[in-house]
Ligand binder design. Structure first.
Ligand SMILES: Nc1ncnc2c1ncn2[C@@H]1O[C@H](COP(=O)(O)OP(=O)(O)OP(=O)(O)O)[C@@H](O)[C@H]1O
Ligand SMILES: [Mg+2]
Length: 548
């Protein structure tokens, strides 16, 4: 394989990785930095070939809601993020976030050059090596940073980022709770560097970037955009606060306030009075930070880079500790300056005094916003996962659905008693309908018979004596005595005229002698006629339907 084809493959690999994390470049973008102490948001807009920070906001993180660089309490964070964006006037629904602390693993690998498919497989094996015990479900992403010629071949420099899927999902949850989706997720040191890296850097020197937050600090060394080292140490402003609280017998809030207002790192003469006490309290913590920094610098110089370290750029809230920069510079023998994310982007729309005060804390948020606007710092633009874009959208979508479902379930619970009442009413109505049907049936069978009996009573002639009247559902039988056939005939005519019976027939008749008198015993049969029901407003019963 010749040098040009290797170069082409490296370029392809770079392009492929970039394509994976999205080439869409919007006009404005919002970054949200989940700090354990403060949540920070920044909106950056593309303007005149550069960038302008248009809106920024900072809000206290609910206690314990972000820990070790990961959101742990989405319910508490969601509304606070919403307030942060509303108060800052940020309306975008899409934001860029990052995992912080040690929640993501950042590794620089050197691997022999190989075809891209095999490289992916080799990296997947490599990922397994870095996983903490018990963690199997991870997201990873990598970027080929460059290649170094080696005897007979070349070696690829690869930047690998790995994060447990569970942590990525957990970090996304508060965004969904705030009605947001994440455009992309990366790791905080990359964002911080993007915001404060010098635009005019040259490839001859290395820069050390140090973000000292509350819980932990990121240390990153890069030559221009080529990452050389990335570490996170679990020490930051909280350790200073705790040291003051213990030394002066104060509660944490009072100690923090004192630290922010009065504490300082001492450069030359030791201070007097209460400042001296404060100084003595924080010195061990400052020494630990210094030692960790020195170890990173030494490691880089001994093992990683030929390029000398030109300076240290400090960011994070703790970088605001008075005289910290000159203190570290004196201890480490390297120039130290405060990083200013508003140097890279104009902050025309933000009051300058406020911007200057919060600048070090805003580096990660501004860098996150820049993540979608610029291809600059491509090397450190690696997202944790290419599919974080879609993962985030899906998670947010699922969460929206969950919220909708929860809302619907709640509404259904509220409606349940009413629905039960409606069901009960339906059942009652059904019962009433059934009963009415039965009654109608009953009436249909009983009414003709009872009507018939009424009729018989009114039409039976005085010379006719009935001994039995049997009414079925549709027929009737009358038995009795009279003196003559004309009497029976008159009775039968009267029955017919009553229209309550038809098909009247003299079924049997016979002469008998009762008490020395001649009588005629008869049996008359007929069919009952169903008359229409009588309703109160109809007045007299209509007989039309009863007509044969
Ligand atoms: N003027 C100041 N002097 C000293 N420390 C300060 C000052 N202002 C803020 N801090 C400290 O900075 C820390 C907050 O910084 P920052 O917002 O960068 O942390 P974070 O991002 O919330 O934390 P982490 O990244 O560790 O989760 C707190 O410990 C706070 O007390
Ligand atoms: Mg932070």
């Amino acid at each position: 394989m010749n040098a040009s084809s290797i170069g082409r493959r490296v370029r392809q690999a770079l392009r492929g990785r970039r394509a994976g994390i999205g080439t869409f470049s919007p006009r404005s973008s919002v970054g949200v930095d989940f700090g354990s102490h403060t949540l920070k948001a920044a909106e950056v807009v593309r303007s005149n070939g550069g960038f302008t920070v248009t809106r920024i906001g900072i809000i206290q993180t609910p206690r314990g809601a972000v820990s070790k660089g990961v959101a742990t309490n989405p319910e508490a964070l969601g509304p606070v993020i919403r307030t942060l964006l509303d108060d800052s006037g940020i309306r975008s629904k899409r934001v860029v976030t990052a995992l912080g602390g040690q929640s993501a693993i950042i590794r620089l690998l050197t691997m022999p050059e190989m075809p891209e498919g095999e490289l992916e497989r080799a990296i997947a094996f490599e990922v397994d090596r870095y996983l903490p015990a018990g963690v199997r479900d991870v997201k990873h992403n990598y970027r080929v940073l460059g290649r170094k010629p080696q005897d007979g071949g070349a070696q690829l420099e690869i930047l690998l980022v790995v994060a447990a899927k569970e942590l990525v999902d957990r970090h996304m949850a508060p965004l969904a709770a705030a009605g947001l989706t994440s455009a992309v997720m990366e790791v905080t040191p990359f964002s911080m560097v993007r915001a404060v890296a010098p635009r005019d850097g040259n490839g001859d020197t290395a820069t050390v970037y140090v973000d000292i937050g509350a819980e932990s600090s990121d240390i990153l060394i890069a030559v221009e955009e080529r990452l050389r080292l990335a570490r996170n140490i679990p020490i930051g402003g909280n350790a200073l606060t705790k040291a003051i609280a213990e030394a002066l017998g104060l509660d944490i809030d009072a100690a923090r306030a004192l630290k922010e207002q009065r504490a300082q790192a001492v450069v030359e003469r030791e201070p007097a009075g209460d400042l001296r006490q404060l100084h003595e309290a924080i010195l061990p913590v400052l020494s630990t930070i210094t030692t960790e920094l020195r170890r990173s610098l030494d490691f880089y110089q001994a093992r990683l880079g030929d390029e000398p370290i030109s300076k240290i750029v400090l960011t994070g809230g703790t970088a605001k500790l008075r005289h910290l920069a000159p203190f570290l510079s004196g201890e480490l023998g390297v120039p130290v300056e405060l990083g200013n994310p508003f140097g890279a982007c104009e902050a025309a729309d933000v009051p300058s005094e406020y911007a200057a005060d919060v600048a070090p804390m805003m580096a990660v948020a501004v860098g996150l916003a820049l993540r979608r606007l610029t291809a600059r710092a491509a090397v450190i633009a690696i997202a944790i996962v290419a599919l974080a874009v879609w993962g985030a959208v899906l998670i947010a979508h699922v969460n929206h659905l969950r919220r909708d479902l929860a809302k619907a379930t709640q509404e259904a619970a509220q409606l349940r008693p009413i629905a039960q009442q409606v069901q009960e009413l339906k059942r009652t109505a059904e019962r009433v309908r059934t009963r009415r049907g039965l009654l109608q049936q009953l009436l249909a069978t009983q009414m003709p018979a009872s009507q018939f009996l009424e009729t018989v009573r009114s039409v039976v002639p005085p010379d006719v004596w009935l001994t039995s009247v049997t009414a079925g559902t549709s027929d009737v039988t009358l038995e009795g005595y009279t003196f003559s056939y004309p009497s029976v005939a008159r009775f039968m005519i009267a029955l017919g005229e009553s229209r309550s019976v038809r098909n009247i027939d003299l079924a049997t008749s016979q002469r008998e002698t009762v008490a020395d008198s001649d009588v005629l015993k008869f049996r008359i049969t007929g069919d009952l006629v169903v008359l229409p029901p009588v309703t109160s407003h109809q007045g007299a019963p209509s007989r039309t339907e009863a007509s044969p």
